[in-house]
Each structure stands twice: as structure tokens, then as C-alpha cells.
Design a protein around this ligand. Sequence first.
Ligand code: R5P
Length: 300
Amino acid sequence: MKPLLLAMPGNERMADALAAALTADRCPVTVRHFPDGESYVRIAGDVAGRETIILCTLDRPDQKLVALCLLAGAARENGSSRVGLVAPYLAYMRQDRRFNDGEATSARHVARWLGAQFDWLVTVDPHLHRIRTLAELYGIPSQVAPAAGAIAEWICSNVRQPLLVGPDEESAQWVADVAGRVGAPHVVLTKTRRGDRDVSVSVPQLERWKGHTPVLVDDIVSTARTMVETVRGVRECGMADPVCIAVHAIFAAGALGELQDAGAARVVSADTVVHPTNSISLAGPLAIAIREMLEAGSGR
Ligand code: R5P
């Protein structure tokens, strides 16, 4: 039987692409809020005995998590054989330890909540830093769909003589990967974060790369302070205006404008979070990762 794909509101475009790639059946859902603010969900189809995939990207997660968990509960209650979560952007990965006494290690708590509702998880490039793998966090089987291949293809088609730039230590993993695929050099900068919007980035000598187009790649752009400071530093070295690429385009209010004002030549993103900068489709890598989870579940 074909798997059934349920999309939380706002995920329709990716749901269409994934349903086509997986030859899955779409099943409509109702998600709304009662006047008192509580969530209401309903699956408008028969999930009994069906492998059920719920698609919900988790930017602005606090607005989505309750309804998402209820939808997984509804699928189970109505007889789904397994319920998987496809979260192209997986939230709550950055608070991965207690930095100060009394804090919650949010990454671990949210992983426990989702792990209790779903049988498996697929995401794109989760923010893994002090926690090295998703399996260290999630007790359910998981697959990561990598963005590097699609980003590299976009750079090859759109940027002349690129120099890949990673703004901080964490970015080294994906920047090196993308640079290798493009066949371009890369540099990784050093970032100091003092607060949510207080970031400085130190840029090494880039003299030898004059004539290259800097391409800044980061996994998440949220306030854009990291990218803004990197754009400034790179331009102060006399380099061309950089192209900025985000895997997960969170973009807090005003952040895109600030990045453009700082001198970014172009800002583009993958489509894990719906945003006007989306230019790189990750439906292909996501479909591959989902297929692996489905096949693992079918005992093949
Ligand atoms: C953190 O290390 C991430 O890789 C990003 O650099 C960070 O999330 C970007 O955040 P912001 O846009 O708020 O500077």
C-alpha cells in the first residue's frame, strides 16, 4: 500500500513535491485553534493500516508543536501502522547543553517529546555541534538529508570563480563538503557570540583569493548577525560583494533587509523553510532519506 502524506499547514509546496517523488497519497488534515487558543486537529481520510508521514518544518516551533503532536496522536489512534516525522528544519538544536545553572537543555527535552510521538524522523542538516549525531539525541531511527549536493549545483550554475566562506567553526563541516563538490577553495572564520544579536567575526587575510566571488554558507540564518558581520569583514578585505547561502532561512523580522544593506550581492536559501529567498530545492534529497526509512520499516 502507498504511504500516506499529511502536511501541516504551510508545508503544501514541499508536500506536493514529496508526494510526487515518493508516489505517496496525500491526505488532507484540518488544523485550527479554538477561541481559547487550544489546538484542534482532524485527519480527513482513512489512515488504518497505512504508513503515515507527517510533514512539518519546525521554524517558529512553539506555534506548531502541540498541533503536530496531536496530529501524530490522531494518526496512531485511527490505526496508522507507523507514523514518521519529516521536519525539513528541525528546531531546538542549538541549546544543546546547560550554559548557565537553571537552564533547560532544550535539545534533549524536545527530542524526547517528538521521540514519544513518532516512529522515525527525517530532517535536513540538523544543527549538530556539541551533540555529534542525531542518534545521540533521538531514540527513534533517523535519517539526515544533506543539502550540500544541491547547494554545490546551485553555485556551479550561478557563481563565477567561487571562494567558499564559513563564518564559524561549526560551519566547517558543510562548507568543506560544498567546496569539495564545487572544486573551489574554502576558508573558515572565527566567530565570537556574546548575545543573541551581539556577534563578531574575525576574517583572515584573503589577499590571495582576490578575483574570486566569496560565497558565504551557513546552516541557519536567524537574526543574520553572523552573516552580516561576515559580509562586512569579507568586504573590508577588498573582496567582491558576497553571495550568501542559508540552508535554513529562519530570518527573524528585519534580518533579510539588514543582510542586503550590509552589502550581500545576493541572498539565497534552500527550501526547508518557506521564504522569499528560496532558490534551492531539497525535495530530491529528502525523498531519498524518506524512502530509506520506509524501506527499513517494511523489513527490506
Ligand atoms: C550557529 O552556530 C549557526 O550555525 C548559525 O551561525 C547561527 O544560528 C546564525 O544565527 P544568527 O543569524 O542569529 O547570527
